[in-house]
Ligand binder design. Sequence first.
Ligand code: 3BY
Ligand code: FES
Ligand code: FE
Length: 411
Amino acid sequence: MDVRNEMLSLIRGRREGFSLPQPFYLDEAFHKLDMELIWYRDWLFAGHDCEIAKPGSFFTIQVGDYPVVVVRGRDGVIRAFHNSCRHRGSRVCNTERGTSARLVCPYHQWTYDLDGSLVFARQMADSFDKADFSLKPVACESVAGYIFICVAERPADFAPFRTLMEPYFAPHNLTGAKVAYESTIIEKGNWKLVWENNRECYHCAANHPELCKTFPEAPNVTGVNGADSDPEMQAHWAKCEAVGLPSRFRIDGEGQYRATRAPLLRDAVSYTTTGKRAVRKNLSEKVAADRIGALMLYHYPTTWNHVLVDHAVTFRVLPISATETAVTTKWLVHGDAVEGVDYDLKDLIHVWTETNDEDRRIVEENAFGIKSPAYEPGPYSELHEGGVIQFVDWYTRFMETRLVEGEKPAL
Ligand code: 3BY
Ligand code: FES
Ligand code: FE
């Protein structure tokens, strides 16, 4: 049986409400299908507008086999390109980030303008037309300070996500923020294990002593069920919406992204060990109220986020192989906030640095155990792991649809 049929039959034969069969977490051929059908086709969170605030500033990102560069043009527009030179294919930008008036390939110095057009190629034949060799564009959208890219030739419509997400995030001024700190950790586990772990707080009390001081472990905060009927959530939404902050739980029809705002525990306003703010200056001038809790967004397959009154923590997931995943965390503060004056960096990053490391260990232990020939899919807790059930349902439905599409003869 070829790998597509094997995956399809495992999806169709799987027990709902149970974790996935072993190959979904371990097998390189299955992973290649994940890359092809999800990662190379869908919108992915790449980074923030404020990271490339000036014309000519760029960052690079590796999506499976695709190196991509995201750059701000002289016109202020953010664009993305395949980071593969149109001469003989070398990577044009080989640093994580930088600023440059033009993008110059280090191999033979073919030189591209910030809009991707080739402006200089030394001593080529007379018949050579530079216009034929621009950098290939990658679809790129910026919304409320978040840059999303899609390497597919015909990307899905981005507008529905923008419509849902923008009103929630725009008041928080992430375009005017700065990244106070970023970290990338490699978790030795499949990207779906990283997500499964993220979508529940069943593990929180026993594993996250720092986060649990401020973050509620209630399943309707992390998951997707029950928030609407929870009077505490409703009261919180009403309070925040009264000061102009959209807050109620919203999810798209496919279940690929949701936004909601949740209160933190007791009097907490931020993710610190005391619950007190980590940054003196608010993230946004437009948000004055302190007790707004956390605005949470997830968007499969790349990102989950928490926006607080004083800072935001954003996460980006990128698979490296079937059994390794890079998780990049960024702490954003007001663009004018000064380290040592407005915030102490150690305090700011402490809780999520610990939490990430705890989650890394959890994911790695999970992956370790799944490798056992004795592993078989186990039941999720409906009460506590509704978010995980939702993620796995989204993933299997998404893959099934695309595997079936692939079976149809091309027109
Ligand atoms: O970041 C999150 O949203 C999840 C939710 C619960 C715990 N965890 C860290
Ligand atoms: Fe880029 Fe030759 S490969 S200039
Ligand atoms: Fe966790």
